[in-house]
Design a protein around this ligand. Structure first.
Ligand SMILES: Nc1ncnc2c1ncn2[C@@H]1O[C@H](COP(=O)(O)OP(=O)(O)OP(=O)(O)O)[C@@H](O)[C@H]1O
Length: 624
């Protein structure tokens, strides 16, 4: 039964959306089943407890009232003969007092059981919801972790956060909704319809009952009309919630820019505009949801009135008519409730789709099925006719970021990348750890295309020091240890010493145990860089990519960072994106980039003589 119910629910979700055809049902089910499966036993147990509760309150109590209570008030003939006989057999002729005692004990027990069922029903169904939520969030997060950089560039952080937090929560609440009505209401509908059919077959009033029953499917008309609109609005609300989260994240991440440019009011206006849009769209969804009930009631009333007219004309008696009217009403009620459920499913389908977008996002740079082994020692890195266009620029007809790059970097060599802003230096560096794959051409290591290597193993060989190193909100020691998570304290300290960071770390009151604050805000720019360099020392990888900070450090910091770098690059293949010409002294070879091409390749002193763009850049940086 469980699987069937699941299928029905999935089926409802599937049938609801214009984008999903029946052919998708199976794949959607396959996709969601592993996430639902762990919570399934709790859901079934919760539903069974719900059935127990309904039986004890809907059947147990009335039965007790009708079959036992009359005995205590001298109306034995109205009580159940079965109970009377059992009482006599057990307690003799004057059984009433003993039975009263038993009933007075029994009622609290019934209530206790009923209460226990209510508790278990609520507890297990909520547990199912939370287990599902946990699995869903974990799966979405794991998927996000595995996706390439291009995915992150196409989605805003706040929007992704909102999907993981708000949309996942929406789906959890769906479980609670579905478990309340999805089983109870269809059962009620079947029971009421069964009764109607039975009476109409035995009472010769089939005509008017059937006419009234025909109106039940008509209730589906407003349902279909409204739910289609509802889904559109729900999608827009979910999208706007993502936008809202993005505005919040951006605002909270950049207080310095906002305050220095006095952008507070602009930010507040942007936030308020999003809030207002959400309010407008949410009201529309509420409007459609709220219109469903009255529409179904209206159709039901029309049906009942037709039934009344035909019934009276055919001479039906009052008692039969009222019982049929009650049964009809009972048949409409589940239709109304199920309509509400359908509406709730629709409004959550938007969340389902937004999470599905993450869960099914294609890894555009998958690991090879059978990776080629990495060459044992350090090997040359070769770019062969590499052309690269950022995926988000491919439609705009933009010029490629790299255009026909052919170059070889020998093992142990230090190469500085120089060129005007936007010339392609960072892009060149990003292709080496395979953050992106070339659009045309290939990048090889020791002759093997990077696409044929195991991504993890390849990245283990590279230490990357970005322009603005990210520090996590934990201790300095832990931040350095990211370079090699199994490193002991002594190795962490040694790395800090070689990076020229030990001195300032030890001067802090809590030393290596100092928590650096979100994004390392508790440290200066130069200190953050030296921690990132310590990380690279600890990783001790044969290939080093250094994206030098553009912001100028004070000369003491700069000298310390330079000294640390000089030590770090020794014996490694180093690609240095040089924003400050002082660092070029670290390199024996310079590649000059212009508009995605390499226009100069040679020792810095030769280029200073022969390459006009290089010479101009050099002069721009010279003091005075
Ligand atoms: N994530 C991105 N999405 C789309 N285009 C990008 C992206 N990053 C860079 N570009 C574009 O690619 C080109 C090369 O940029 P790149 O960052 O490689 O230049 P750069 O030489 O490192 O510049 P800078 O010295 O200013 O850092 C530029 O035209 C830039 O606008």
């Amino acid at each position: 039964m469980g699987t069937h119910e699941q299928r029905t629910r999935e089926g409802t979700l599937m049938a609801a959306g214009p984008r999903w055809g029946l052919a998708d049902t199976d794949s959607r089910l396959r996709r969601w089943w592993p996430l639902v499966r762990p919570s399934w036993p709790y859901l079934v147990a919760g539903l069974l407890a719900g059935v127990g509760f309904a039986a004890l309150s809907g059947v147990g109590l009335p039965v007790m009232l009708k079959t036992v209570l009359p005995i205590f008030f001298g109306r034995e003939q109205e009580a159940s003969p079965w109970v009377v006989a059992a009482g006599r057999r057990l307690f003799g002729e004057h059984y009433q007092d003993r039975l009263l005692l038993l009933a007075c004990w029994g009622m609290p027990v019934v209530f206790l059981l009923r209460g226990l069922c209510a508790f278990l029903n609520r507890y297990w169904i909520n547990l199912a919801g939370f287990v599902f939520l946990e699995n869903l969030r974990r799966a979405a997060f794991e998927k996000l972790q595995s996706l390439p950089l291009a995915f992150y560039q196409q989605h805003r952080t706040g929007d992704l956060t909102s999907r993981l937090v708000n949309d996942a929560e929406q789906l959890r609440s769906l479980i609670l909704l579905v478990s309340n009505d999805a089983i109870k209401q269809p059962l009620l509908l079947v029971a009421a319809l069964g009764y109607l059919v039975w009476v109409s077959a035995t009472e010769r009033s089939a005509l008017f009952t059937l006419v009234a029953m025909v109106t039940i499917p008509l209730c589906v008309v407003p349902l279909r009309l409204m739910t289609r609109r509802l889904l559109r609005r729900a999608r827009a609300v979910a999208r706007q919630s993502g936008e809202l989260a993005a505005v919040v994240t951006e605002a909270l991440q950049s207080p310095v820019e906002i305050q220095s440019y006095n952008l507070q009011e602009l930010q507040c206006r942007r936030f308020a505009a999003r809030l207002h849009e959400i309010l407008r769209l949410s009201l529309k969804t509420v409007k459609y949801e709220a219109m469903l009930g009255p529409s179904v009631e209206f159709i039901a009333t029309c049906g009942l009135m037709v039934a009344l007219y035909l019934g009276v004309r055919s001479g039906i008696d009052f008692a039969t008519f009222s019982s049929l009217a009650l049964a009809l009403y009972l048949a409409y009620d589940p239709v109304k409730k199920l309509s509400g459920l359908q509406a709730a499913l629709k409004s959550r389908q938007a969340s389902l789709e937004r999470l599905e977008e993450i869960l099914t996002a294609r890894d555009t740079m998958p690991n090879p099925v059978t990776p080629r082994p990495l060459p044992p020692g350090n090997a040359p890195i070769r770019f062969e006719q590499v052309r690269f266009l950022y995926p988000n620029r491919s439609e705009s007809g933009a010029a490629p970021a790299l255009n026909g790059i052919t170059v070889c970097i020998e093992p142990g060599e230090t190469v500085a990348l120089v060129g005007p802003s936007g010339a392609g230096k960072s892009t060149f560096a990003l292709l080496i750890p395979r953050f992106f794959d070339p659009t045309e051409g290939r990048v090889t290591y020791g002759g093997t295309d990077l696409r044929e290597l195991d991504k993890r193993a390849w990245r283990d060989r590279i230490a990357f020091v970005p322009q603005m190193p990210m520090l996590f909100n934990t201790t300095i020691a832990e931040n350095i240890r990211l370079g090699r998570p199994d490193a002991d304290d002594a190795a962490v300290r040694e790395a800090a010493r070689r990076a020229g960071a030990a001195e300032f770390i030890e001067a802090l009151p809590r030393g290596y145990e100092t928590v650096v604050g979100e994004q390392g805000t508790a440290l200066s720019g130069g200190q953050r860089q030296r921690i990132a360099i310590a990380r690279a020392f600890l990783k001790d990888a044969p290939i080093l990519i250094l994206d030098e900070a553009t912001s100028a450090l004070d000369s003491e910091s700069e000298a310390r960072v330079q000294a640390a770098l000089r030590e770090l690059i020794r014996g490694r293949t180093t690609i240095l994106i040089a924003h400050r010409f002082s660092s070029i002294s670290l390199a024996r070879r310079v590649l000059v980039f212009e508009e995605g091409r390499i226009t100069g390749d040679g020792p810095p002193e030769v280029l200073a003589e022969t390459h006009p763009v290089y010479r101009r850049l050099l002069e721009l940086q010279r003091p005075g």
